[in-house]
Write a protein that binds this ligand. Structure first.
Ligand SMILES: [Zn+2]
Length: 111
């Protein structure tokens, strides 16, 4: 167990307290499950929370390491998988193949 409670995911307040296995924020009134907050949330370039299976578009041209290929801005990538690390999105880019992307360079699209 970790005795340091995570900050409120809504307002960032560090005064969250635990009650009935839920975490409560005294500042904005948000309540959330401690289990959900265990995994850090990965957000896209504009702050949307990303989840496995989401579709995203690339917001800037990205060079593919070790090749001369570039993932063009606007490329739509389906079925992303969130992973830990510097490149926090695992995906298969059409025309390029499997690669890692950084969440800060994508934007979630709803289909
Ligand atoms: Zn809050």
């Amino acid at each position: 167990m970790n005795d340091t409670l995570p900050p409120c995911p809504e307002c960032g307040s560090v005064y969250a307290y635990e009650m009935d296995s839920l975490l409560n924020c005294p500042e904005c009134g948000h309540t959330w499950s401690a289990e959900d907050s265990a995994a850090p949330m990965i957000r896209d370039a504009v702050g949307n929370v990303l989840a496995d299976g989401d579709t995203v578009t690339v917001i800037k041209d990205l060079k593919v390491k070790g090749t001369s290929s570039t993932v063009k801005v606007g490329t739509k990538v389906r079925g992303i998988r969130l992973v830990e690390g510097d490149h926090d999105i695992d995906c298969k880019v059409p025309g390029i193949g499997p690669m890692g992307l950084k969440s800060q360079f994508v934007k979630k699209v709803s289909e």
